[in-house]
Design a protein around this ligand. Structure first.
Ligand code: FDA
Length: 405
């Protein structure tokens, strides 16, 4: 005879393991099942192997969702400071890298080990690899049919994450279960993902592969699904298109078919446009080559590429017509370019969209339609900015759910 669990958590990743540990330590009988041979693989590969586990400034403004208010309760009840306390209690050394992003000094594996230890402290049972064959509700109970037998529980927590990186076991299982029980699913889309361009749009830039430059970037639009954004971050030019933090952030807001806008001079103290006017009207520079003038504003290789784009390479500034100067200024400070697409699920860090927050209770992460059916982590229509916010959502949504199961 199998016992009845208080909760069965499907998915032993960031949200699932964390939720299990908290619930177990509250005295709940919890079982975690995962189809993977190794648990927490996304945590292990995150942050370049160092796991950007939270962000000091994580707050509702760092998340995209059709309902931006949904995250508020969970983030307030389990803020970044609480997870930092947990990390400190395990003596995991960490550092702040950039804009509040906290990374392990040594290895992301320490975070996985910590989550598994927390589960052990809560007497959580963990079984993997296990294939979940079906999930059904029978009266007040949930029946989880697996290749290792049937398990019964009062609650079931869907924590199978999002679709990025299928090679390490990502699946749409939580979304399938949501649909099975009549919950709405916001169409998933790769986010925090490099953007690709047609050969024509990218001509001249592909020779600059490997170059990383600070820029200002605008993406999305006011009326679009997740609105508009502006970020000052680095762009990385690659053989396949544009990447780096600026592009990853912009990709989450990008609307297919619409351009993104780049200010290549945004790192300067003044706005790029003001700096441009100053330098372009400086009489002392009249006899200098255009690419030399531009190189005082940006890396030499990029300066040369822009001068070439305007057919001003090798020409003295005095030879540039008013129209040439205007074109160059526009190119440097408001470069509008239409991405052809994204590099897709293989290269995305997170999923945009997911289980509709309209159908979930923000205090408990439970379906409004089904007692005991919860969704946490990335499978919910909540997507964080780059910088530790996605893990913070995994912890916060897991914590909220753990109080309710
Ligand atoms: P997660 O993916 O962690 O866990 C899901 C679990 O469910 C997995 O163990 C999986 O095996 C299991 N599963 C899937 N389908 C199943 C099925 N059908 N049956 C049973 N089990 C199933 N975020 C951040 O904040 N800081 C960072 O540094 C990074 N870095 C980063 C790098 C890369 C390369 C990627 C791809 C992603 C990141 N992220 C990140 C995002 C972060 O990894 C992600 O948001 C969280 O892991 C989401 O946690 P979940 O628990 O929701 O899913």
């Amino acid at each position: 005879m199998s016992k009845t669990w208080d909760a069965i958590i499907i998915g032993g990743g960031a949200a699932g393991l964390f939720c299990a540990g908290v619930a177990g330590q509250l005295g709940k009988k919890v079982l975690v099942v995962d189809h993977a041979a190794v648990l927490g693989e996304k945590i292990r590969i995150s942050g370049g192997g160092r796991c950007n586990f939270t962000n000091l400034h994580s707050g509702p403004a760092n998340f995209l969702s059709l309902n931006p208010h949904f995250v508020k309760s969970a983030l307030a009840r389990y803020p970044a400071a609480e997870f930092i306390k947990l990390i400190q209690s395990y003596r995991i050394a960490y550092h702040e890298k950039h804009q509040g992003q906290l990374f392990c000094d040594d290895s992301a594996k320490q975070v996985v080990e910590m989550l598994i230890s927390e589960c052990a402290r809560g007497n959580v049972a963990i079984r993997h690899p296990v294939v979940i064959e079906s999930i059904a509700q029978e009266g007040n109970q949930w029946l989880i049919n697996t290749n290792a037998g049937v398990e019964k529980s009062k609650s079931v927590v869907m924590a199978t994450g999002g679709l990025p990186v299928p090679a390490i076991g990502a699946s749409a299982y939580s979304l399938d279960i949501a649909k099975q029980f009549g919950l709405n699913v916001i169409e998933p889309r790769p986010a925090l993902v490099p953007l690709s361009f047609t050969a024509e749009t990218f001509s001249g830039l592909n020779e600059l592969a490997g170059l990383s430059v600070p820029i200002g970037i605008d993406s999305g639009s006011k009326g679009s699904r997740y609105g508009a954004c502006h970020f000052n971050e680095d762009v990385l030019i690659t053989h396949k298109g544009l990447s780096g933090p600026a592009i990853l952030q912009a990709s989450s807001y990008w609307v297919e078919g619409e351009p993104i806008r780049i200010d290549w001079l945004a790192n300067l103290d003044q706005s790029g446009a003001v700096r441009c006017d100053e330098i372009f009207n400086d009489d002392e520079l009249r006899l200098k080559l255009t690419e030399t003038i531009l190189a005082s504003l940006m890396p030499q290789r990029l300066a040369k590429a822009f001068a070439e784009q305007c057919s001003l390479n090798g020409r003295k500034w005095v030879e540039a017509s008013k129209k040439d100067r205007q074109t160059l200024k526009e190119l440097l400070t408001n470069w509008s370019v239409k991405p052809a697409g994204t590099l897709g699920w293989k290269k995305a860090e997170v999923m945009l969209g997911g289980v509709s927050t309209k159908d979930l209770d923000s205090q408990t992460m439970m379906s409004r339609k089904h007692q005991g059916l919860h969704f946490i982590g990335e499978c919910v229509d909540v997507t964080g900015h780059l910088g530790g916010h996605n893990f913070q959502w995994a912890w916060a949504s897991g914590f909220a759910c753990a109080q309710a199961i």
